[in-house]
Design a protein around this ligand. Structure first.
Ligand code: SAJ
Length: 422
């Protein structure tokens, strides 16, 4: 099949890079987003998100005329839906973005088109999407009712790229192709083969949905193990970082790293989709979520203890005289992404609760986020180390790893990442 035009619905962290790599292979791509400002930015050849090298690829694709953005869908040979799937109050998945994306493309669908759902989705979401499309277009046939004879082909092909390495991983990672029928899978495979150098592995839509949820739940459970160990070791007076290094010398043990909690928009969200669909069975997955979500509270207790210890060593000093410095706000090292960041939540919490000065160091951002502007002060690493009584290390950015050990000697440190320990 020759795809002469491709449409990507949702121009965020996944949709925009995907649209750009297709366009870089000289295919006409229309990116669609409800955000007019994002559409305008892209049409100027610029980007509205942070991802290394993406600005260059988008600029070239727009300048050469292969990538264009709009708020309105237009006819295309293939549609890729890459919209958010957050969860609701009760952790149940919110499919409203997929629903409105499906309903927006339905009027422009034509016989022979391929529709791919890339958004991380609960099991059954692709069938649900097919049902929404069928409802809007009774004149076309769909795989959930007509099987291989359908006019429209549908597949779930979850994205698996790591923020910060998106352009490389999009091309190199293996891709799971979950067609609603074998013909749907074959067509989706031929689409991804345009830029994917990794293997395209075919399965059905439900398995592909569960595969994506499984990958992120696996990581969440493993991080929870590390986080739980760090809390246990603290009460045993055992250095968890040394312990993990030692245990990982075993040929079949590979423990991940503890931290202040799990952030980002994927690992802290996706496991809940399994829990909400398998309430009584997903006990380990639920507990892992709870362990990781509770870690910031534990860090806050460590900060309170550090303040108390500092005060007991400095008679006459009051809490309002104690200066705390938070090192890092991002959700993981060496990125500027603060969304769903436990480090940011902890810094906000401290700035609300602490009566003394709170300093913030974040080498990857220009100014402080709104929530911290009135209550904290952004400083350099050196200034924070010089002024603070309690140093709280939240993110293992390379700049913090480079701080000479001698500078930190004898200081009161709460290190959630194990890089400033003696
Ligand atoms: N973290 C730890 N300790 C570790 C590893 C990570 O505390 O040893 C924390 C990080 O600091 C961060 C969070 O976990 O707060 C998540 O970071 P991450 O690097 O593990 O993952 P994400 O959220 O950037 O990307 C994940 C990836 N999934 C897996 O590795 C299984 C990525 O491949 C997915 O495409 C992405 O989720 C997604 O979009 O679903």
């Amino acid at each position: 099949m020759n795809f002469s035009t491709i449409s990507v619905i949702g121009l965020g962290y996944i949709g925009l890079p995907t649209a750009a790599v297709f366009a870089a292979r000289k295919i006409k791509v229309l990116g669609v987003d409800v955000n007019q400002a994002a559409v305008d930015t892209i049409n100027r050849g610029q980007i509205h998100i942070v991802e290394p090298d993406l600005d260059m690829v988008v600029h070239a694709a727009v300048t050469e005329g292969f990538l264009r953005a709009s708020t309105q869908p237009e006819p295309a040979d293939a549609f890729l839906i890459a919209v958010p799937t957050p969860f609701k109050e009760n952790h149940a998945p919110d499919l409203s973005y997929i629903e409105s994306a499906s309903k927006s493309i339905a009027p422009v669908l034509k016989k022979g088109d391929l529709v791919i759902l890339e958004s991380t989705s609960p099991v059954g979401a692709t069938e649900q999407m097919a049902a929404w499309l069928a409802e809007a277009r009774p004149d076309l046939s769909f795989p959930h009712t007509c099987g291989e004879a359908s006019d429209i082909r549908i597949a779930h092909c979850p994205e698996r790229v790591l923020p910060g390495h998106v352009l490389r991983e999009l091309v190199q990672n293996d891709r799971v192709i979950g067609g609603m029928t074998p013909k749907c899978s074959a067509l989706a495979t031929s689409l991804y083969k345009i830029f994917v150098l990794g293997e395209c592995i075919v399965t059905n839509a439900r398995t592909a949905e569960m595969c994506k949820l499984t990958e992120n739940s696996f990581r969440d459970v493993n991080i929870a193990f590390a986080n739980e160990l760090s809390m246990i070791c603290d009460s045993f007076d055992v250095d968890v970082w040394e312990l993990i290094k030692l245990a990982n010398r075993h040929p079949r043990v590979n423990i991940l790293q503890p931290g202040p909690g799990v952030g980002g928009h994927c690992i802290a969200v996706d496991p809940w989709f399994i829990v909400s669909q398998a309430e009584g069975q997903a006990r380990l997955i639920r507990t892992a979520r709870e362990v990781n979500d509770s870690k910031p509270d534990w860090v806050m207790e460590k900060v309170d203890r550090a303040i108390a210890e500092h005060l007991s060593g400095n008679p006459g000093k009051l809490e309002k005289d104690v200066v705390i410095a938070c090192f890092g706000l991002a959700f993981k090292p060496d990125i500027d992404d603060l969304r769903e960041s436990p480090a940011l939540e902890i810094a906000k919490d401290i700035s609300k609760r602490h009566s003394g000065k709170v300093l913030v160091v974040e080498p990857n951002i220009e100014g402080l986020p709104e929530a911290l502007k009135a209550t904290t002060e952004i400083t350099s690493i050196e200034e924070a180390i010089a002024r603070a009584d309690v140093l709280l290390l939240l993110v293992d950015h390379k700049e913090f790893k480079a701080v000479p050990a001698a500078t930190l000697q004898g200081r009161k440190i709460v290190d959630t990442r194990g890089i400033w320990l003696p």
